[in-house]
Each structure stands twice: as C-alpha cells, then as structure tokens.
Design a protein around this ligand. Structure first.
Ligand SMILES: NC(=O)c1ccc[n+]([C@@H]2O[C@H](COP(=O)([O-])OP(=O)(O)OC[C@H]3O[C@@H](n4cnc5c(N)ncnc54)[C@H](OP(=O)(O)O)[C@@H]3O)[C@@H](O)[C@H]2O)c1
Length: 299
C-alpha cells in the first residue's frame, strides 16, 4: 500500500510517499481503508526529534494518529462494528491507504469524512483536559490558543459541560470564528491580562493553555497555578498543572460522535492536501496559522 514515511529526523522534506506492507488488526482492533487522516502538530514534533534523542531512527516511521474510513478487517474479540461501516478514530501510522485503529466510533451522519478524520485527537485532548480541570456548570473558562484545533474543541465541549462563560484568546482575524463557537474573543500578547479581566469581570474559574506562551500571565489571571492546565508547557518553570496524551478517557470518541450527531459539535477543516503533499501539510501545521484541522485526503 501507499503511505507517507520518513527514514530520518528532519524538516518536512524528509516525508516521502512510499510502498509499505499493509497492517492488520490485532485483538481488539479494526483496520480501515483510510479516506482521510488528520494532521497534528505533534506529528511534526515527532518528525523533527523534539525530544532530542540524537539517535538515528531504527526503522522508517509512518506518521499519524487519527483517521476516518471504511472498516475492512476486524480483529479478534471486537463487537459492535461491521465490515463496511464508516468510522473514525485513533491509531498509529494513519498517513496511509490502510490503518489499524485501537479506538473508534461510527462516523456521525452530520460530518464529512474529512471532518471526522480530524475529530479524534483534538477532541479527545479537550475531553481529557476539561475533565482534569473539572469544568462544570455555571463556571467561567479561559481557553488560551482558542482558535486552534484543541481550542475550538475545548470551547464546544466546555459549553456541553455547562460552562456559562468561555473566553478565548486568538488573533483578531479569528475573533469572529470564536464568537460563532460561543466564546468571547480577546487578543493575546502585551495586554493579555487586562483583556481577559475586561471580558470576565467575575474572574475565571479555570484556564486551559493550548498555546504554551505567556503562562505566567495565565497564572496571574487565574490567581492560582492549580487552576491552570497546560497542554504545551512542560518546563515546570511555572508550577501549573500539565496533561499529555496516552490514556484517553473511555467513551470520549462516542461522546464526540453523539454531540456531532446532535449538531452540538463540529470539526472545522482548515485545509486538505492529497497524501503526496504531506510536507506542505506539515509546513502549514508548524506555521500555527491554520485555525482548524489540516487533513490528508487519501482517496
Ligand atoms: N498535551 C496534549 O495532550 C496535547 C494534545 C494535542 C495537542 N497538544 C498541543 O497543543 C497545542 C495546540 O494544538 P492545536 O492542534 O490546537 O494547534 P493549532 O491548531 O496549530 O493551533 C495553535 C493556535 O495557537 C494560537 N497561537 C499562536 N501563537 C500564540 C500565542 N503566542 N499565544 C496564544 N495563542 C497563540 C494560534 O492562534 P491564532 O491563529 O489566533 O494566533 C493557533 O490557532 C500544540 O502545541 C500541540 O502540540 C497537546
């Protein structure tokens, strides 16, 4: 099958279209014929060896952690899904014609496969982060980096959890987008603290950092580092709470699918690229200007 892979760490030019062996599902997994695969900034971080391992790659890597497509193989012990079902979900090596999913849900009828492909990673991250923060009814949440994929997911999911006021930081060009999602937009940068205080006269109960910048100011706004959860700043320079991927909350993809089916959740596709243009997709992701999901369309 065709897949995008890289054999050495580097910039987006290391990504190449290659012929690789097809994967098959193990117990508890399914395989899909991929329609579309979501691109996440983390894919580019891994590609560029952000952990500075300094070691050469032992074998080529096919990037990707989310996709939507048609079920074409079902692993041992799997129930509730049939061959031919349209699903979306999470699994490794999704920049490919076929991919194995470890976690999935039926694709909502309200979404295209491009939208569904990019629903899993940012959506699950937002579900996890809001649960860890304990965002609840009547509360005020500040989302820093609100126009990005995670930020947009967090705004919609905070509304579902009953938050009454959601303030989002973004560039001015994205303020209308935030209003449409139900957030009060404010600019980040020099006047971040004043801007948020003007928008939230009663203060904020929780802060979700999806940008990794101005974390000290976020703590000043919250009045307590324990009210700030960062998805990006793991430096421990400021003692905020952090959260990273790994164990995603059970049922989170089903929750996202149910909300999407009811028209209460969507995934904004900012740009699509054919598989062969994965380098351009990574360049756009790394520019931080996409304001929505970047998706590779496979067929
Ligand atoms: N820990 C985890 O589990 C986890 C999971 C997923 C993602 N992440 C991380 O979370 C971050 C966001 O991911 P994403 O997919 O939402 O990325 P994204 O779609 O590229 O969005 C990034 C957003 O950051 C905003 N931004 C840029 N510079 C900023 C600044 N100085 N201050 C505030 N906001 C700024 C941009 O908004 P404007 O365009 O409006 O300027 C942009 O919309 C990434 O670093 C990603 O690696 C962590």
């Amino acid at each position: 099958m065709k897949a995008v892979q890289y054999s050495e760490y580097g910039d987006s030019s290391v990504l190449e279209l290659a012929e690789v062996p097809e994967p098959h599902p193990g117990p508890g997994q399914i395989r899909i014929r991929v329609h579309a695969a979501g691109v996440n900034l983390f894919d580019a971080k891994l590609r560029s060896d952000f952990r500075n391992t300094g070691e050469p790659l032992p074998e080529p890597v096919v990037p990707g952690s989310e996709a939507a497509g048609i079920v074409d193989e079902i692993g041992e012990g799997v129930s509730g899904v049939s061959l031919g079902d349209e699903v979306f979900g999470r699994g490794p090596a999704t920049y490919a014609e076929y991919a194995v999913l470890r976690d999935w849900a039926l694709q909502p009828s309200t979404l295209t496969s491009e939208q569904a492909a990019g629903l899993g990673a940012t959506g699950q991250t937002a579900v996890r982060a809001l649960a860890e923060l304990g965002v609840g009814p009547g509360e005020t949440l500040l989302v820093h980096g609100a126009a990005g994929g995670v930020g947009q997911a967090a705004i919609q999911l905070a509304r579902h959890r009953g938050a009454t006021t959601i303030i989002g930081t973004a560039s001015v060009r994205n303020h209308e987008l935030l209003r449409q999602l139900g957030a009060i937009p404010v600019e980040y940068g020099e006047h971040l603290v004043e801007n948020v205080r003007a928008a939230a006269s009663g203060g904020v109960d929780h802060v979700l950092d999806a940008a990794g910048q101005q974390v000290d100011e976020l703590v000043e706004i919250a009045g307590d580092p324990q009210k700030v959860l960062s998805l990006v700043d793991f430096s421990r320079r400021t003692p905020v709470r952090t959260s990273h991927g790994g164990k995603e909350p059970a049922g989170s993809l089903q929750l996202l699918a149910e909300l999407a089916e009811k028209g209460e959740y969507t995934s904004r596709v900012a740009a699509t690229f054919p598989l062969a243009e994965a380098p351009a997709a990574h360049d756009l992701s790394e520019s931080g200007t996409a304001n929505g999901k970047i998706v590779l369309v496979v067929d």
